[in-house]
Design a protein around this ligand. Structure first.
Ligand code: SME
Length: 160
């Protein structure tokens, strides 16, 4: 049984350090990528407040394909360069979008989503997946959230 409860007044720095440590502990020694992504999506959902979607898209034959997630059913395939996820995968750069309605080409999977953070997962310099977080709140995500999810991506890149 895993219990990773955080105090209500936790700082972003502590929140993401605890998330990365929990992710490390939960995936250590497990070689099944789907199992690891499923647990990681659940961990993100538990540790990061005010989300309506959290999960993975994997790079498969030069397009993004839906992976394990928490939230409403989502679009399955995203071409490189399309939407927020496709932009992150094409550029290999984190996308922090304060208002998804203002992002050209945003793909609306859940109409409740207002802001979005997408972090590429790189292995040996190649994008192998993206981690996607959606929030129903406008401008939900800060640079601290981006740095925190980037730290998570770096830690789990060889486990998914
Ligand atoms: N909004 C994303 C699509 C994925 S869903 O948010 C789960 C995008 O524009 O790429």
């Amino acid at each position: 049984m895993f219990d990773f409860a955080l105090p209500a007044d936790v700082s972003d720095e502590d929140r993401y350090r605890e998330l990365v440590n929990a992710a490390d502990a939960l995936t250590e020694g497990e070689t099944d990528a789907v199992a690891n992504m499923a647990n990681l999506a659940s961990l993100i959902w538990s540790f990061v407040p005010k989300l309506n979607w959290a999960g993975f898209y994997r790079m498969v034959s030069d397009e993004l394909v839906l992976g394990p997630f928490v939230g409403r059913p989502a679009c399955i395939r995203i071409p490189l360069g399309q939407g927020v996820c496709g932009a992150a995968a094409a550029d290999g750069e984190t996308q922090l979008v304060e208002d998804v309605h203002a992002f050209p080409g945003h793909i609306a999977c859940d109409p409740a989503s207002r802001s979005e953070l997408v972090v590429p997962v790189l292995r040996y310099g190649e994008v192998i997946a993206v981690i996607d977080l959606d929030s129903p709140d406008k401008a939900r995500f800060s640079q601290a959230d981006a740095r925190g999810i980037e730290a998570l991506a770096a830690r789990i890149a060889d486990r998914i």
